[in-house]
Design a protein around this ligand. Structure first.
Ligand SMILES: *Cc1c(COP(=O)(O)O)cnc(C)c1O
Length: 377
């Protein structure tokens, strides 16, 4: 069994996919061109924002956003303590200071109350200037933007939505990647919308920032790439990946998003009452980048993971360590207690999931979980 079945997806999309890739190879435009422009238009329309700027990966997308805002030395940027490393790595990369914020146990997303507490603590210490919040749509569910936006407005902070795992999610019909002043996503193959390599995108309604982003991603270009008006990156999505994504986006919109929600609902039905299942908030929709359950403690989690492995079922721990305990951040100090994020790493387990996971595969997985012999689940 695959953890995320990309082979089955390719088999299903093979005729259109092979045509799309062939046509790029025959036409000979590999960087930029019609497929990239077309994809950017479609992504912007799907998300419901004015501008989509593609780039090389989801990490660059975040960095480009921070560079656009001129965030750097002396700035504090608030980020959840429980997320993929890149969400906070980019803060340090531009010279600013990441401030780790605890998350909610039910949603795995940033706890707005802890965010406000951390902002107040940074303000009262007076050493750093609170500049921005990076909210993450972890495992596919949008962060609690109603409350987070209230706080960013109150304290005059910019909001960056890290939608690397959130593409396709929504809150009362408003799509993920439209909640930030700038939002980003990743097209890493295992993400909800993935390509066949690396890719990413930045979304914004702001015309001025969009122009700066288009410059920054091509060596800080002015009128062309040999006229350089600022220091930028070389961060492009190539034409082959754009062609792949055009095919995948259609499938994503037509049936994949619904199929993955059905798979998650089946897990929920069979597992709730036995293990702690993920909660999707009222009015929220998840794109289910992961289906992550919570076990009692490390012993039960590790035991279940190896029991599943013996039964040829791959289950993965996302994420083993909260960010504030990563060696790379050992010199950063904390501005709020990260009580939940600290224990999550011992309790989480993500189960196989994709739009192509079959009903009988889910039945087998849940049956194996419920028959875990270690001690009762
Ligand atoms: C995957 C991921 C990223 C980085 O995306 P890449 O395309 O791998 O650079 C950033 N943030 C989160 C939450 C992610 O899951």
């Amino acid at each position: 069994m695959e953890f995320r079945d990309l082979k089955k997806q390719y088999q299903r999309l093979k005729p259109q996919m092979d045509d799309a890739v062939q046509s790029i190879m025959s036409c000979g435009t590999f960087i930029g061109g019609e497929s990239v422009a077309n994809l950017e238009r479609r992504l912007a329309a799907y998300v419901g924002v004015r501008h989509c700027i593609t780039c090389a990966n989801g990490t660059d997308a975040l960095q480009l956003a921070l560079m656009t805002w001129g965030i750097g030395q002396g700035d504090a940027v608030f980020v959840p303590d429980f997320t993929f490393f890149a969400s906070a790595e980019v803060i340090a990369l531009v010279g600013a200071t990441p401030i780790f914020v605890d998350v909610c146990e039910e949603t795995f997303n940033m706890n707005p109350q802890c965010l406000e507490e951390a902002i107040r603590n940074v303000l009262s210490e007076g050493r750093l200037h609170p500049a921005a919040v990076i909210a993450v749509d972890l495992f596919g569910q949008p962060a609690d933007y109603d409350r987070i936006c209230e706080i960013t407005k109150k304290y005059g902070l910019l909001l960056l939505e890290d939608g690397a795992q959130g593409f396709g999610g929504s809150i009362r019909g408003k799509k993920a990647c439209s909640f930030g002043d700038i939002s980003t996503t990743s097209f890493f193959p295992a993400k909800p919308l993935g390509c066949y390599g690396d890719g990413g995108a930045v979304f914004t309604d702001n015309d001025e920032w969009a122009a700066v982003l288009r410059s920054l991603k091509v060596h800080g270009k002015g009128s062309d790439k040999y006229d350089n008006v600022r220091i930028g990156l070389n961060s492009r999505l190539d034409a082959l990946q754009a062609a792949v994504l055009l095919v995948k986006l259609e499938a994503f919109v037509r049936y994949e998003l619904e199929a993955v929600n059905q798979a998650a609902a089946l897990y929920q039905k069979d597992l709730s009452g036995h293990v702690q299942c993920p909660t999707v908030l009222e009015g929220f929709h998840s794109s289910w980048a992961q289906y992550t359950i919570l076990l009692r403690d490390r012993e039960q989690r590790d035991g279940l993971q190896s029991w599943l492995k013996q039964n040829d079922i791959p289950a993965i721990v996302y994420y083993r360590s909260p960010l504030h305990m990563q060696k790379a951040f050992s010199r950063c100090r904390s501005y709020c207690e990260c009580r939940i994020s600290t224990t999550l790493g011992e309790r989480v387990l993500s189960l196989p999931l994709s739009p192509y996971l079959e009903r009988d595969e889910i039945a087998l997985i849940t049956e194996k979980i419920l028959s875990y012999p270690g001690h009762s689940i």
